[in-house]
Write a protein that binds this ligand. Structure first.
Ligand code: SF4
Length: 78
């Protein structure tokens, strides 16, 4: 299990949805951009924290995003 945070810059997101294919937690939202379960939106920044074994899926989604809108960072253990 790894705790990590996924951040999407919705100003950069272009609704291309390459991320959905790599990680099915990414979903199309009502505004045609992307959203994540249990995420918080602050302006154009969408953030969600997970604690599971799917870090590599999130990293694959980030790598696949043509506009580099997705950032994934591990949360250091306290
Ligand atoms: S791949 Fe990038 S641009 Fe496309 S929907 Fe996902 S976050 Fe947005």
């Amino acid at each position: 299990m790894t705790e990590y945070e996924i951040t999407v810059d919705l100003a950069a997101c272009d609704g291309i949805f390459a991320c959905l294919v790599r990680d099915d937690r990414f979903e199309e939202s009502e505004d045609g951009l992307v959203t994540l379960p249990d995420s918080e939106r602050n302006g154009d920044e969408l953030t969600a924290t997970f604690d599971d074994d799917r870090l590599s899926d999130a990293e694959d989604a980030a790598a696949a995003c043509p506009t580099d809108a997705i950032a994934v960072r591990e949360v250091p253990e306290a």
